[in-house]
Design a binder for this molecule. Sequence first.
Ligand code: G3H
Length: 478
Amino acid sequence: DGDVFKYYSDGEWKKSSSGKSVSIINPTTRKPQYKVQACTQEEVNKVMDIAKTAQKAWAKTPLWKRAELLHKAAAILKEHKAPIAECLVKEIAKPAKDAVTEVVRSGDLISYCAEEGVRILGEGKFLTSDSFPGNERSKYCLVSKIPLGVILAIPPFNYPVNLAVSKIGPALIAGNSLVLKPPTQGAVAALHMVHCFHLAGFPKGLISCVTGKGSEIGDFLTMHPGVNCISFTGGDTGIAISKKAGMIPLQMELGGKDACIVLEDADLDLVASNIVKGGFSYSGQRCTAVKVVLVMESVADAVVEKVKAKVAKLTVGPPEDDCDITPVVSESSANFIEGLVMDAKTKGATFCQEYKREGNLIWPLLLDHVRPDMRIAWEEPFGPVLPVIRINSVEEGIHHCNASNFGLQGCVFTKDINKAIMISDAMETGTVQINSAPARGPDHFPFQGLRDSGIGSQGITNSITMMTKIKSTVINLP
Ligand code: G3H
């Protein structure tokens, strides 16, 4: 059946023996757009076997050759940005320009992995025994970084290409093989991306991409004895995976409730533009989106007015027209967002715009006077709706931020750098941005979350290191 996109195993595109497929629903039309193979557990077993074999040879491939292939894949990916971006538009309703940016950013990320990898993996450590009490200089210890083996990469729907390559690039340069399980929404964009690695000429079996139902192959993949490391980005599923996975390194990024703290002395125009960019880009479907504004009461009216004026200018409609606000990924997601909005309404929040929804398309909404008893004060909508909580002291803002289950990023707006640093120190999140909205990039910066926001640190350098282990050889002198 030519309509079903094939999966990638052993360097070839294959049909699943299940004869079944999974439909990808276009969030805008709400009709099936593409189909991918529903892979079986036996097919997963096969992929794991060949990944293990391919990895052994790859680990012996000179580092500069690994880097060369990654550079090649990066260039091919950038050449194919148009068809890949088109898939992102159809599968996840990402605005057309942002879809292209995602692919270009991914190419740059792969190249940077190659460059960073040759540097950090090309050097090791040398220790001598005589620094520890009682030892002569009779032992030399050579320390190097070796690959973990087979890495399982599970990216989320919101960056099916970029958050796949942020795992693939570090894994491959470090000498690992990689098995990719793309999100269903975004699977075809991911398969196209994998094709770029295929065209670059990577050895057979080094990269595989299996598609299918989470219920059939999800746990089977994450609990598979052939997996030596899981790099996952997504939602609560990550918590379940961390409980079921074996004794292997885990890298997890599981969402956030990033707070934006606004002090009285802040540049309010800068605040407003960052709230709109941070809160409403890709319709709020970013783990690093601004998800709650904590503004000092004395400037709250002014901030709300400025944000309202900017929200009024956001374009709402299909991703093909490059609108700012596009349909959210699924009907269940839209229903969840609506649930949070209605709960806030019942409990007395002020709507700064009229609530409007058509299908999966939700118009941008700023909710003022949100209080801690409302769900939206704590939960992550992953949609274009943003709560404002008015605070009377900085401590109140910090307290709200630290009481959250999440601890990904946060931001603080003030002209007083000393205050900014003190607030940053007090905020229990992986990153604090001073005078800008939260963001993961530039992609070589460390990226990590506390509490339910994740395990381990990402960013190119940290991911390469995380996907290796230390090996030492000790020379014992006579
Ligand atoms: O959705 C989670 C992403 O890691 C956020 O990345 O800050 O580049 O949008 P971003």
